[in-house]
Design a protein around this ligand. Structure first.
Ligand code: BJW
Length: 225
């Protein structure tokens, strides 16, 4: 039994019509990280941050999974218990493509988090600072996503999967955001063969045994075949 750990980033959803962060015309060219993706930004101007995520929630709801999402779901179904999908994406397209038990290390647009009590629930399509938490009643609701300076979700579990990996693949991620950018090194230490699939070599391409360049929708189905 071979254990395959797959990390995905914004590039896998690009062909579903969702913008990446750091490509030309990407999200971080239109918004400043300090304005919308830090806890300090939310404390300063929650309306602005909710507006940013409300718009992205609408886009994500309209997007459809592409051939790369579907190929990974197929791989997972064909190798029951051997394939772990960890995504940095908050769009829900892996599940829409049929994947199961996806680890959402940067949270999910479809979920809300109460900054007062830590309660989590399904987000309304349009969130607002005036929304009350169903658990404690406080109006401290935020998107359940991981901002800069916050601890990504389920790190212990991810590190344990990486420690047992035979194959590690990173798909559509620029390798510029830690801790995810360090996963190839973790997996390599455990003896895994590391494969990168990306439009261009990422910032950490040197950590991989093999780099396959191209569109995720074309390269991923070939890689899993
Ligand atoms: C295609 C394609 C196609 C396009 N086919 N490919 C130094 C100073 C200060 C801070 C730090 C520091 N070093 C490290 C840090 C910490 C910081 C960090 O990494 N900063 C860097 C910028 C330097 N990290 C954090 O703060 C994280 N927390 C943390 O570290 O906690 C402490 C800790 C300690 C010990 C252990 C563990 C933790 C939290 C990071 C949170 C990131 N949050 C965001 C927003 C999430 C919500 C939202 O979506 O709005 O996550 S930022 C954004 O970047 C988002 C993404 O998930 C993340 C990664 O981006 P991704 O997916 O790689 O997208 P792109 O756009 O960068 O790349 C897309 C790639 O696809 C490109 O390469 C294209 O070529 C390719 N592509 N089309 C194939 N069709």
């Amino acid at each position: 039994m071979q254990k395959i750990v797959i990390l995905t980033g914004a590039g896998i959803s690009a062909e579903s019509g969702l913008g990446t962060f750091r490509d030309v015309g990407g999200i971080w060219q239109r918004y400043r990280i300090e304005d919308v993706a830090t806890p300090e930004a939310f404390a300063r101007d929650a309306d602005l941050v909710h507006g940013f995520y409300n718009a992205r929630r609408v886009q994500a709801a309209e997007a459809r999974p592409n051939a790369a999402h579907r190929a990974l779901a197929r791989l997972q179904a064909e190798h029951a218990g051997e394939v772990v999908i960890v995504t940095q994406n908050v769009d829900g397209l892996h599940e829409a493509g049929g994947a199961r038990d996806v680890i959402h290390m940067h949270g999910e647009l479809a979920r809300a988090l109460c900054a007062a009590c830590g309660g989590r629930w399904e987000a309304a399509a349009q969130m607002s600072v005036r929304d009350a938490c169903p658990d404690c009643g406080a109006c401290a609701c935020r998107p359940d996503v991981v901002w800069f300076g916050e601890m990504p979700y389920r790190m212990e579990e991810i590190l344990s999967h990486l420690a047992g990996a035979d194959i590690f693949a990173a798909i559509g991620t620029s390798g510029q955001v830690y801790p995810a950018a360090g996963f190839a090194q973790e997996a390599a230490l455990a003896g895994a063969r590391c494969v990168e699939i990306n439009l261009e070599p990422s910032a950490v391409a040197g950590d991989f045994d093999e780099v396959r360049q191209g569109r995720a929708s074309e390269v991923v189905p070939l890689w899993v075949a």
